[in-house]
Design a protein around this ligand. Structure first.
Ligand SMILES: C[S@@+](CC[C@H](N)C(=O)[O-])C[C@H]1O[C@@H](n2cnc3c(N)ncnc32)[C@H](O)[C@@H]1O
Length: 309
């Protein structure tokens, strides 16, 4: 049964706010943002995402219509913006969602906020697979489910007979990932597993067409120096790659050959400084066609290889 547009709007925007009051608060919020060194774009993003206001009306301070529909009342905007400026809570957690590729994904402090630079990993692995898209694929350390859901969507669009498996050691993250998969209408092609890296598959003889992962890769001491929005608000489990940053990367390099199909693809996101060492380690372990792909900022970002023979 399809929802009438008015019903949809009432669901998404249960509150109404007087525009003149919203703009009074918005001006104050801008000053708070400047004082707290918070990008003004984040304020606009929050207002545009949580109200039915459009960008032009916001820019022109148009009070035409005098009232606006909103997801939350004005008092809640005030509280959430305080949390952004004073408690350094990322704006995506305040909104409760983020956009990633063409997806709208729920995010809570139990999951890393998926980053724009990670988006390319889906196109890279699909390109590497060529026309060999059928079979089992795995996203290890799925967090919000972003990679697994994005990949399942791309495989479906290409009519591949494929199943995407996604695992995480965090039960709370998996609950968010499952919700995201349901919201995106892609549950039928996705299987979620709880456990550490390959552990959930130990009792199976499954072999993967491709392994994709954005594991924790930041050296522990560097995590402590990150911006408070990341260091204090995002899950440490999602960031901390141990003393050198290679704890999880090493497990993925060492164990993946036992789980990849012949000619299977191994692709992992990493920190810019880790490219050379990752290539060396992959070659030592016998992987083939080892290469690094840079991100849009020109930084080494992804290591990609074929399974050892
Ligand atoms: C950098 S986050 C990536 C999340 C998501 N894939 C993304 O790109 O936004 C790393 C993820 O690895 C998970 N993780 C950490 N240790 C793990 C382990 N031993 N086994 C499986 N997942 C793990 C974390 O819970 C977190 O969700």
């Amino acid at each position: 049964m399809s929802m009438h547009r008015d019903d949809f709007d009432r669901c998404r925007y249960p509150a109404t706010i007087e525009l003149a009051l919203l703009f009074d608060w918005y001006d104050l919020a801008r000053q708070q943002a400047i004082a707290a060194d918070v990008p003004l774009l984040e304020l606009d993003w929050l207002v545009l995402q949580l109200t039915s206001l459009d960008r032009l009306a916001l820019r022109l301070r148009s009070t035409q219509g005098s009232m606006i529909s909103a997801c939350i009342p004005l008092s809640e905007f005030e509280q959430r913006w305080q949390q952004r400026c004073c408690d350094r809570v990322p704006v995506q957690y305040l909104a409760g969602f983020t956009t990633w590729r063409s997806l709208e994904l729920r995010v809570t402090p139990d999951v890393l906020i998926p980053r724009p630079e990670t988006e390319a990993i889906i196109d890279l692995v699909i390109e590497a697979a060529g026309d060999q898209l059928d079979g089992h694929w795995v996203d290890l350390g799925t967090g919000s489910g972003a990679i697994a859901i994005g990949l399942a969507g791309e495989l479906k669009a290409r009519q591949a007979i494929a199943t995407v498996h996604a695992s995480d050691t965090s039960v709370a993250a998996l609950a968010i990932a499952r919700q995201n998969a349901a919201d995106c209408g892609i549950c039928d092609r996705l299987h979620f597993h709880h456990g550490s890296w390959f552990e959930p598959f130990h009792d199976s003889d499954i072999r993967f067409r491709a392994l994709i992962s954005n594991p924790p890769y930041i050296p522990a001491a560097t995590v402590d120096q990150l911006a408070p929005e990341v260091r204090d608000r995002e899950p440490r489990l999602a960031l901390d790659g141990g003393e050198t940053g290679f704890d999880c990367l090493s497990i993925l390099i060492d164990q993946a050959p036992n789980w990849l199909e012949h000619d299977g693809i191994w692709i992992v996101e990493h920190e810019a400084s880790q490219g050379r060492e990752l290539r060396d380690r992959l070659c030592q372990r016998g992987y083939r066609e080892v290469r690094t792909v840079r991100d849009l900022a020109g930084l080494d970002r992804f290591a990609i290889a074929r399974s050892p023979l």
